[in-house]
Design a protein around this ligand. Structure first.
Ligand code: HSE
Length: 334
């Protein structure tokens, strides 16, 4: 028989189709995600047994250059892009249009990944209900503590335990400011100015300085740890703007360190959530974290005390968490 007859017929159905990924937003985090999806193509294909294909990147303005991102992928039609994807990744920030686009994606049967902490804190429960109804996933590891995989630990690793409390330094911007004052002796107002100049503060600096960013993260931590439904307005919140040079002087004299502490404690079937500056003794694990580093201390009945620490901000670091969620989401795509 001719050789071609002996060859097995190519089974087209055996070649799994690529997982189509749509990216909404191409700022610091989005562009890092796009570049890594490109660089690590082979790695992800091996991991998943099928490729991850970035099908488009929704942006507001196509004319702005995005380093390392193929310009042909850029589109201003986010709605149309969402409808083409198996996995929709929202890294645009803000409440709208992010919320509507995520809802459209979930209702269309796509898996959704987001790093949008304010959106998840304020609207996460409603969106999670839509995801559950549709039988799809909604993951947001990147929304809390960037590269530090705290939500996975609380949700998965400790699922069989009982978490009783979570306490941490979860806002790197204020930690940077507090560090400048306490360690370098920079005046408080000047430290805020320097942090802003270096781009370490959110576009709206009150997000950081008034503890709103930390409160959003604390709400998400409480929900993940205890299943507690706590509104942002229920957080007992004090920012760092009320601190005076006098407070820092007193802390130095007492041998304590002022940190913006976020905490969540189980209380009945809910949780008590707080964000406030505290003067911590030097032996407290929270006292030692420097600059943009974040730390969280988890207490669980069987596990005891666990500490997770690492980069709490940054494009590449947040992309680490987002990419982890993308791989998780891609595994669910049939
Ligand atoms: N401003 C935030 C912080 C950025 O400092 O933690 C990361 O959420």
């Amino acid at each position: 028989a001719p050789a071609w007859r002996l060859r097995p017929r190519a089974d087209v159905s055996a070649v799994p189709s690529p997982v189509r990924v749509a990216l909404l937003g191409c700022g610091t985090v989005g562009s890092a995600v796009a570049r890594r999806l490109q660089d690590r193509q082979e790695r992800y294909a091996e991991l998943l047994g099928r490729s991850l294909e970035l099908v488009g990147v929704a942006v507001r303005d196509r004319s702005l250059p995005r380093e390392g991102v193929d310009p042909v992928l850029l589109t201003t039609d986010a709605e149309a892009l969402v409808r083409q994807a198996d996995v929709v990744v929202e890294v645009m920030g803000g409440i709208e249009p992010a919320r509507s686009l995520i809802e459209t994606a979930l209702r269309g049967g796509a898996q959704v990944v987001t790093a949008n902490k304010q959106l998840v804190a304020q609207q996460g429960e409603g969106l999670a209900a839509v995801a559950a109804e549709q039988g799809v996933g909604l993951d947001y590891e990147g929304a809390v503590m960037a590269a530090v995989p705290v939500l996975a630990v609380l949700r998965d690793s400790l699922a069989g335990d009982e978490v009783t409390a979570v306490r941490g330094v979860v806002n790197g911007s204020t930690n940077y400011v507090l560090d400048l004052v306490a360690r370098e002796g920079v005046a408080f107002g000047e430290a805020v100015r320097q942090a802003g100049e270096l781009g370490y503060l959110e576009a709206d600096p009150t997000e950081d300085l008034e503890g709103l960013d930390a409160a959003a993260k604390a709400v998400i931590l409480a929900r993940t740890a205890f299943g507690a439904q706590v509104g942002l307005d229920e957080v007992d919140r004090v920012g760092i703007t009320g601190l005076t040079d006098e407070d820092f002087k007193r802390a130095a004299q007492e041998g304590t360190v002022i940190k913006l502490v976020a905490s969540a404690r189980r209380a009945g079937c809910g949780a008590q959530v707080a964000v406030r500056p505290e003067a911590l003794p030097a032996h407290d694990p929270l006292a030692a974290v420097r600059g943009g580093t974040n730390i969280v201390v988890i207490e669980a009945v069987s596990a005891g005390e666990l500490r997770l620490q690492g980069a709490g901000a940054g494009g590449e670091e947040t992309a680490s968490a987002v990419l982890g969620d993308i791989v998780r989401a891609a595994r669910r795509v049939r």
